[in-house]
Design a protein around this ligand. Structure first.
Ligand code: NAD
Length: 325
């Protein structure tokens, strides 16, 4: 398929990254029929995402770490560079935004980008709270016929996930009853980190904190998502992190929508950080192809009783069904 046709058909693909769209981008709109992309957060996961869209026109790069930004700019010397994503998103020629910042800025970048009519590929999770997720949805619904959006739950596009969904929906395990999903990472609990002097000159700490309440700089927050994710002001724990990937399979295979009940249990709750372990269960009503189902989540070393050693993995999803003979 020629690139022009592919654009028309609705997909712009990079190696591991795909921006699906719904008819907005006119083929030929950009030179060489490429998208004008801004990448917000260009280190860590953002570095991989930047590599995946490198074949498009990278017109803007944004990062609060000037060293990381300078390194990305060496590769894309024509791109405008920014420390502040709010200024970046004002650049008029941007058509699509890749957002790979820490979780507490996702919803804000999304709402600003959508309100400016830009398509968005956003790393999971979409937001850091239910309220933020609703704000993003509201902004999206106003633009849905004009923009393409996709989450950074890239495993969703894998053969393995599709096959699982086909098997469950196709009745391979009979009448499905429940799904159990787990991730055994054990995060640390505790309080916010103590002040540890000034941030290094290449880091704009004020912009890193962004919309969250101010906390004094501590290098312990640096080091990628595993470092800042346990703090409520920056992340949403294992269920928001790995849960975005792992629960996705249950959600998709069972066509889940809204649960009728939810119950959770965990280690003592801290005002600052997530519990060191958590289990949760939801009741989902029947739909037109399956009965009511239960869905379970486990983290911090908790796991469902697995039926055989074959299933005894650190993170996974397990579906249970009944075959009537
Ligand atoms: N899909 C996946 O498989 C996968 C894997 C890892 C991480 N992630 C997600 O990617 C995101 C980033 O995770 P990470 O581990 O790369 O984090 P990170 O802390 O390394 O941050 C990524 C980059 O964003 C920059 N940054 C931070 N705040 C910014 C801001 N306000 N504006 C612009 N740039 C900013 C950082 O300097 C860094 O270069 C998270 O949301 C995480 O959940 C997804």
């Amino acid at each position: 398929m020629k690139r022009r046709e592919l654009l028309k058909a609705g997909a712009v693909a990079g190696a591991g990254l795909m921006v699906l769209r719904s008819g907005i981008l006119q083929a030929g709109q950009s030179p060489g029929e490429k998208l004008n992309v801004a990448v917000v957060g260009v280190g860590g996961r953002g570095g991989s995402n930047l590599g995946d869209v490198a074949g498009e026109n990278i017109v803007a790069l944004c990062d609060v770490n000037s060293q990381t930004l300078a390194k990305a700019a060496e590769r894309f010397p024509k791109a405008q560079t920014y420390a502040d994503w709010r200024k970046c998103l004002e650049q008029k020629d941007i058509e699509a935004v890749v957002c790979s910042t820490p979780d507490h800025t996702h919803a804000f970048v999304n709402v600003w980008a959508l309100n400016r009519g830009k398509s968005v590929y956003c790393e999971k999770p979409l937001a850091n709270s239910v309220h933020e997720a609703r704000a993003v949805r509201e902004a999206y619904l106003k633009q849905k016929d004009k923009v393409a959006t996709q989450m950074g739950t890239q495993i969703h596009a894998s053969d393995n996930y599709r096959r699982m969904v086909e098997l469950v929906k196709g009745g391979a395990i009979g009448k499905v009853q429940e799904a159990r999903v787990w991730c055994s990472r054990t995060p640390h609990g505790g309080d916010h980190l103590p002040a540890a002097g000034d941030p290094p000159p290449h880091l704009n700490w004020d912009l890193w904190i962004g919309p969250s309440p101010m906390h004094p700089y501590n290098p312990g927050y640096m080091g990628g998502c595993l470092a800042w994710n346990p703090f409520w002001d920056f992340g949403s724990g294992q269920i928001g992190d790995m849960g975005s990937h792992m629960m996705d399979m249950a959600w998709w295979a069972l066509d889940l929508r809204f649960p009728t009940t939810c119950k959770a249990e965990g280690s003592p709750v801290s005002a600052d950080t997530l519990p060191t372990w958590l289990t949760a269960e939801w009741d989902h009503p029947a739909n037109d192809w399956r009965p009511a189902v239960k869905v379970y989540w486990y983290d911090g070393g908790k796991k469902p009783g697995v039926p055989s050693k074959v299933f005894n993995r650190d993170s996974d999803a397990m579906f249970k069904g009944v075959i009537y003979k």
